[in-house]
Structure formats: structure tokens, C-alpha cells
Design a protein around this ligand. Structure first.
Ligand code: 13P
Length: 256
């Protein structure tokens, strides 16, 4: 990825398990046609794996502002082999993927993916030259117990010793995902500052860092969230599935 992207706001739509050939075509075509001049925003779309090539084929014609194709996950197995159902980082790279989400809390919840597996996945992604986007965030219990920073620090610890100077993290408090309960400005500011400090202490002062906020971001709260210090963008779930709301969030990032 271009170095200047590490100074931009990132707005990435995580479609989760949603979409169809026809719906995707309409939505991405519209984004592609209308949002090309958003030149201070790094736009990304993370569809289900089966639709990655479809999305890439639409966005690869973008001339001004490249729209990035993002994967929601990757195999922990590298290259090729007898791993039924798996898709490797090389395969994602082969079809034009740029960014790979790692460790989304839904992967942890439903597939029991923890630090050890996430670390292997990040290494696979880096080895192929793609950009990992590590998702971190505390549960409601951890926040109620005042252990939110401890939880996030533990998740971030897998960044230590990686062979890169580029670190993209999404802070997604689990209790804010899909609930309509967005973290407040103070909570976001406090945690984003903490994540910056942690990354710098784990990886050194040369780190290029993007920390996105995720969890019930929508067109009404995006501008306020983007105004918080150390918020470098958003990882958007539900609101990325409709053109109007996703475009309004991208517009808010462009103005921020
Ligand atoms: P929502 O925006 O639907 O809360 O989802 C957030 C998320 O999990 C993005 O990865």
C-alpha cells in the first residue's frame, strides 16, 4: 500500500456474511462512480470471500482514489495444501486483495480464534506484502470490571517482533458491535491514545500507525467520532451495506 495512505482517514466497510452478486454490483458500482474524488480517504470494502474477485474487478478501474479490496479473514495455513475450505494469504494477494482483517471479535466468539492463531495469520499476511488490520476490543464484562485496557493490551501484544513498520488496528468494543451503543468520545479518545502508546512501546518509534474505531458507526455519529484525537477512520458494519449511509460516512471522513 502507498505510504501516503498512512496519513489518511480509512473507512472500511465490513459486510460480514451479507451480499449477493446483484446487490454487490449495484452498491460497489455506485461507490466507484460517485466517490472517486474522495482523495483524502482510504476506502475499503470487505465482502465475503466468494465475492472478493467480483469487487476487485469493479474497483480496479478506479483511477483517482483507489478503493481497496479487503478480506474478512485468512487461513492460518500458508501457501497451498490439504486444508479443505481454507484460503491462503497468497491466494488473496493473487486476486488483488490489499487489506486483511485479523481477529475480528466474531471470529474469536464463533471460531475460538485467539492470540496464537491471530499472530500466525498476521505473519502470513505480512509475508505476502498485504496489510493486516488487527481488530481488538474489550467485552462488556471487561469494561464493567475496569479491565478494558488490560484486555486490549493483551490482544495488541501479538504485534511485538513483527517484521513491519506499518500497524493498522481497529478498536471495536464488543459491546458496541451491532448494538447501536456507540462508545462515547471520552472512551474512544482514551482507548485510542492507549493503543497508540502500546503500539509505539511494542514496535518502536518508527511505526506508521492507523487506529480505526468500529462499533455502531453510522452517518449520524461519524463526524463526531472522526473529530476525536487519534481516530484515523472507521471499520463500519451494518451502515456499510447501504450506499447512502456508507457514502455519508466517507464524506464525513473527507471533511474531518
Ligand atoms: P456495526 O457497525 O454493525 O456495529 O459492526 C461493527 C463491526 O463489527 C465492523 O467490523
Amino acid at each position: 500500500m502507498n505510504k501516503h495512505l498512512w496519513q489518511q482517514k480509512w473507512v472500511i466497510g465490513n459486510w460480514k456474511m451479507n451480499g449477493s452478486l446483484q446487490e454487490n454490483q449495484q452498491l460497489v458500482q455506485k461507490i466507484h462512480q460517485n466517490l472517486e474524488n474522495m482523495d483524502s480517504v482510504c476506502i475499503g470494502i470487505a465482502p465475503p470471500t466468494v465475492y472478493l474477485s467480483q469487487i476487485h474487478n469493479i474497483v480496479k478501474e478506479t483511477t483517482h482514489n483507489h478503493i481497496h479490496t479487503c478480506a474478512q479473514d485468512v487461513s492460518r495455513f500458508d501457501n497451498k495444501g490439504a486444508y479443505t475450505g481454507e484460503v491462503s494469504a497468497q491466494m488473496l494477494q493473487d486476486i488483488g486483495v490489499n487489506i486483511v482483517l485479523i481477529g475480528h471479535s466474531e471470529r474469536s466468539l464463533y471460531f475460538n480464534e485467539k492470540n496464537d492463531i491471530q499472530r500466525i495469520k498476521i505473519e502470513n499476511v505480512l509475508r505476502t506484502g498485504l496489510t493486516p488490520l488487527l481488530c481488538v476490543g474489550e467485552s462488556i464484562k471487561e469494561r464493567e470490571d475496569g479491565r478494558e485496557k488490560e484486555a486490549v493490551a493483551y490482544q495488541l501484544s501479538i504485534l511485538k517482533g513483527l517484521k513491519t513498520q506499518y500497524f493498522a488496528v481497529a478498536y471495536e468494543p464488543v459491546w458496541a458491535i451491532g448494538t447501536g451503543k456507540v462508545a462515547n468520545k471520552e472512551q474512544i479518545a482514551d482507548m485510542h491514545q492507549f493503543i497508540y502508546d502500546e503500539i509505539l512501546s511494542l514496535t518502536g518509534n518508527n511505526a506508521n500507525i492507523r487506529v480505526l474505531y468500529g462499533g455502531s458507526v453510522n452517518e449520524n455519529n461519524a463526524a463526531e467520532i472522526f473529530s476525536v484525537p487519534h481516530v484515523d477512520g472507521a471499520l463500519v458494519g451494518g451502515a456499510s451495506l447501504k450506499y447512502e449511509s456508507f457514502a455519508n460516512i466517507i464524506n464525513a471522513a473527507q471533511k474531518a
